[in-house]
Design a protein around this ligand. Structure first.
Ligand SMILES: *[C@@H]1O[C@H](CO)[C@@H](O)[C@H](O)[C@H]1NC(C)=O
Ligand SMILES: *[C@@H]1O[C@H](CO)[C@@H](O)[C@H](O)[C@H]1NC(C)=O
Length: 353
């Protein structure tokens, strides 16, 4: 992000009083994505305060901009760094480049107990079918180079490489979650990757969007996109699913089982609901989604196959007015917060409200 593009929102933002939030008591496991495809982004220091005020303890970035990352030093907020897809080829071809990347974007920030980095997310949904296989053979070598460079720089025990995948890397055909498996055209690569992630003790990062299911299928049962139990349950083996999120995540669990890594940790890299640009994209339904989702997360109920605590990054912190609208006009309206730091709709990140 060019510094010049940043508006001086700081003056007004710093006086924001976001009531009854206690930054020492971060909502357990709740993270948020902060994208940079905007003409005028908020100052990083303002975002740090915004997250603290709302009890959000983790942030996921899409690059590793120095000025942005630096702002999280000593904040207590855990940062997931990102590496864009257009860097994959370079980093897969050259271990020297991977070493430089780690030096400049990790080591520089972790000195003196600076920024709390736990994951480096390599690529962003690199296996989308719309990329025509561009990243198929560069992703895993790039991930391995970065991890090796992290290991050699002494970060390997704490910082792991992962990669955010769209849920379209697996499917279950017309069956339930138990029919799940990785997509045929990339199955062998996915199997290699998840086994490697498992071997280094990392996690599978997946983006799951009930909104998109609704958007793409006019016949999709609306209630199944939410968490208030109104949907007709779908039975699969011994389990019953009353929401799409659980069914989707368990399809991944089955895919991992079939790949031989049944216990690989899963992190939800993106989940959220847009507020404009489509008939189902509005504050009312976004509120319904987040309300149900955050309550579910607070109970640590998990899914039928992965009960327990779930690590999740909401999508997204703010609207991004320069995102491609090829997928739909809603793409620029994923923000939970407006640029004045106020949420677009009432939301309680602790899930207790
Ligand atoms: C560090 O990350 C930034 C931002 O993502 C990138 O532009 C830069 O090329 C990276 N540094 C190295 C040495 O690769
Ligand atoms: C993928 O292929 C389609 C059809 O050939 C083309 O229109 C599109 O630009 C390609 N996308 C990329 C990212 O190469």
């Amino acid at each position: 992000m060019a510094r010049a593009k940043v508006l001086l929102w700081a003056c007004c933002m710093l006086f924001l009083a976001t009531a009854n939030a206690d930054s020492s008591n971060f909502a357990k496991g709740i993270g948020v994505n902060w994208g940079s495809q905007v003409s005028q982004n908020l100052l990083p220091s303002v975002v740090v305060q915004l997250l603290k005020d709302n009890g959000i303890g983790k942030v996921k970035l899409f690059d590793s901009d120095d000025w942005t990352v630096k702002a999280f030093a000593g904040s207590g907020i855990e940062v997931m760094l990102g590496i864009p897809n257009n860097e994959l080829k370079r980093l897969s071809d050259s271990y020297d480049d991977a070493q430089d990347w780690v030096k400049e974007n990790v080591t520089a920030h972790t000195r003196d107990g600076g920024v709390d980095i736990k994951y480096v997310a390599v690529g962003n949904e690199p296996f989308l079918t719309s990329y025509n296989g561009t990243n198929t053979h560069t992703l895993l070598p790039a991930m391995k180079n970065i991890q090796k460079a992290l290991d050699e720089a002494g970060h390997g025990d704490k910082i792991k490489v992962t990669t955010p995948q769209n849920a379209d890397v697996y499917d279950s055909g017309t069956g339930g979650p138990s029919q799940g498996n990785f997509r045929k055209d990339i199955r062998n690569i996915m199997i290699d990757m998840v086994r490697w992630l498992d071997s280094i003790n990392s996690a599978f990062l997946v983006n799951i969007y009930p909104f998109l299911s609704l958007y793409q299928n006019s016949g999709f049962p609306v209630d199944f996109a939410f968490f208030d139990g109104g949907a007709k349950p779908v039975k699969d083996k011994d389990h019953s699913y009353d929401n799409m999120f659980d069914a989707n995540l368990d399809t991944l669990v089955w895919s991992l089982k079939k790949a031989g890594v049944p216990d690989l940790k899963i992190i939800v890299g993106e989940a959220g609901w847009p507020t404009d640009g489509n008939i189902n994209a509005n504050n009312k339904l976004a509120r319904r989604f987040y309300n149900g989702f955050l309550k579910k997360l607070a109970t640590d109920k998990g899914t039928p196959l992965r009960p327990g605590h779930m690590e999740v990054y909401l999508f997204s912190l703010l609207d991004e007015n320069m995102k491609s609208i090829a997928p739909g006009a809603f793409e620029r309206h994923w923000g939970i917060f407006r640029y004045d730091g106020k949420p677009k709709f009432p939301v309680d990140f602790s899930g207790k409200g």
